[in-house]
Ligand binder design. Structure first.
Ligand SMILES: *Cc1c(COP(=O)(O)O)cnc(C)c1O
Length: 329
């Protein structure tokens, strides 16, 4: 497989900033890479993956993007924005119904003109690939060419986006005169972690790449990442050798489940907001940062000094009814 020419939509490189007061509090140098600043409509990590996936779609003369996600999927929203920018069609298969929150990403998808098909949690879990295939077949009958992007654009081609981020980080390290010895991300579908891990290995960089899973468990994502690493190397032609336990997924911070929050997570997000003027999202980065802080306090990051946390975005996830939450702030 050939590595596609990526489309260029994101504002790159994204800044790296030191979180000075949080660093003082934890006795570590904590830096943050602002991938929440890749753009407004395309904000977050998914655009990095879409740049490659959509590059492949355009190289194959496709005029429709088909993808899937939760009702508040950041990935679906970024895909809708990209399709509108390119003047091509987009169909989103979203897990939800008429009673799901209509704000935030879902509203933006409607604003951006995406065709939306709502499916039940069971349909989504068991049949989403078939449903997307069905849509592609239907479009083909109508004279279109559809390109299917899996959940989170976490496949080989999408993960190339974060392989490239590793190169961006290495350049920034040189400019800043610093070496990060730990790089930390939230893990939802695995592509961001896999791309970073691959880039770190290929460049023989000594950093440890840590992922905090916000759904599922460590074993699940170790398997997912291994597969993705193989898929990535099909594009680059360069294989790396990895054992399951080299893949550092830290479990224990899923909490109440996907997109559900417990008070200590909200308190942690609130604390960082006041301390640093930095807003994390409730579904991914809030949980991952909470996890990182807990792990540092437990001493599990004692061997690390310069830690880089990647802010993967997700701020439209706050645009739901937050009246209950306000009471606790
Ligand atoms: C999707 C997403 C992630 C997780 O990235 P994956 O590549 O799916 O593991 C992290 N943060 C935000 C805000 C996301 O939308």
């Amino acid at each position: 497989m050939r590595m596609p020419e990526p489309i260029r939509f994101a504002d790159l490189p994204t800044r790296i900033e030191k979180l000075g007061r949080l660093s003082d509090e934890l006795g570590k140098n904590i830096y943050i890479k602002r991938d929440d600043h890749t753009g407004i409509e395309i904000s977050g990590n998914k655009i990095r993956k879409l740049e490659f996936a959509v590059g492949e779609a355009l190289a194959n003369d496709c005029d429709y993007l088909i993808t899937c996600g939760g009702i508040q999927s950041n990935h679906a929203r970024a895909t809708a924005a990209v399709a509108a920018r390119l003047g091509i069609g987009v169909v989103l298969v979203l897990r939800g119904d008429e009673n799901s929150p209509s704000e935030g990403n879902y509203f933006l998808n409607r604003m951006l003109g995406a065709d939306i098909k709502l499916v039940t949690p069971e349909e989504y879990r068991d049949d989403r690939a078939e449903i997307m295939e069905g849509i592609r077949a239907q479009l083909e009958e109508e004279g279109h060419r559809g390109y299917i992007i899996p959940e989170g654009a976490s496949n080989g081609v999408g993960s190339l986006g974060y392989y490239k981020v590793m190169e961006e980080i290495l350049d920034q390290e040189e400019q800043m005169g610093i070496k990060f010895d730990a790089i930390v991300v939230a893990v939802g579908s695995g592509g961001t972690y896999a791309g970073l891990y691959y880039g770190n290995e290929v460049h023989r960089n000594p950093a440890t790449i840590y992922g905090f899973n916000i759904v599922n468990n460590r074993e699940h994502f170790q398997g997912v990442v291994l597969n993705l690493l193989r898929e990535i190397s099909n594009y680059t032609g360069e294989h790396i050798s990895v054992a399951m336990d080299d893949i550092d997924i830290i479990d224990g911070y899923v909490g109440l489940g996907y997109a559900l929050n417990q008070p200590q997570e909200i308190e942690s997000i609130h604390h960082i907001a006041r301390l640093e003027g930095l807003i994390l999202d409730p579904v991914y980065t809030g949980k991952a940062m909470y996890g990182l802080i807990e792990e540092i306090k437990k001493g599990n990051f004692d061997k690390h000094e310069n830690i880089l946390f990647i802010h993967t975005g997700g701020l439209f996830g706050w645009n739901m009814d937050q009246r209950d939450l306000l009471g606790s702030l």
